[in-house]
Design a protein around this ligand. Sequence first.
Ligand code: NAP
Length: 294
Amino acid sequence: MNILVLGAGGQVGFELLRALSPLGELIAPTREQVDLADPDALAGVFRAVRPELIVNGAAWTAVDAAETHRESAFRLNAELPAQLARFAAVAGIPLIHYSTDYVYPGDGDSPWREDSPTGPLSVYGESKLAGDEAVMGSGARHLIFRTCWVYGARGRNFMKTMLQLGQERDALKVVGDQVGAPTPARLIAQVTALAVYRLRLGQGIEGLYHLACRGETSWHGFACEIFRQAARAQVPLRLTDQQVQAIPGSEYPTPARRPGNSRLAVERLEQDLGITLPHWEPQLRLTLREYLGA
Ligand SMILES: NC(=O)c1ccc[n+]([C@@H]2O[C@H](COP(=O)([O-])OP(=O)(O)OC[C@H]3O[C@@H](n4cnc5c(N)ncnc54)[C@H](OP(=O)(O)O)[C@@H]3O)[C@@H](O)[C@H]2O)c1
């Protein structure tokens, strides 16, 4: 099976290369080979690769920059998946795509379900929602995994930023009133591989699913757990979790508004794929160990 993987230099994309490798021939053009911002660049890729499955890990993920680069964010997050879905529909092949909790309005404290009303607070969220809607309306066989708070041993992410700040600062303020579940890129790729395996068996699951770790915390809670686990792993830190102060999001203004409630209900995926999603804390331990080479 020829599998076209886009965005393979990203957090999720890199892990897809690992996790999908036993499932087919992976073709993963780099940004230098194919600039996905160019709508014409894909036609040649489709012709050359003749994919039997497309997995799209590419996205514009610079949430704040999207506020001032609306067109670029929409190109990557809305038009690209629409284009992929059109190709998939015509070729009769499935498309796997990733989306975000930022499509939801972020209020309340109940977990969002796949059928909850959307209401993005930012241009990034709007662009991702437009991508989801294009894929869902395309007629292509598709899987969309909405995930949240993605991090890993590679790429730029909250865990790595905290570890760096923890070595430079002796006090830190972190937002305490935004809640979600930190989810490693590696887990997202592993679950994708299970879904691809099922597809190959002809028992594919289809449609929109939430994919996130079990449990919940705030960015402040996540930061404290990073520092506790890092201290246990003998990382030389200038601060302990006791020196991390929780602040409201209103005290940390950013160009893009962030949702307060990023809780994602994951029962649908667990039930349809026959899996139990792990709790975020042990997943942090594994990811940290990988990053530290421990
Ligand atoms: N990160 C999060 O916290 C988060 C949360 C919820 C949902 N998601 C979703 O999860 C998915 C994966 O996110 P991620 O964190 O893995 O993203 P990421 O690390 O930013 O990776 C995005 C990938 O897209 C590629 N890309 C961007 N513009 C491109 C262009 N013009 N041409 C070619 N490639 C281009 C990037 O290439 P380069 O490597 O060359 O830059 C990178 O490989 C996305 O759909 C995202 O919306 C992420």
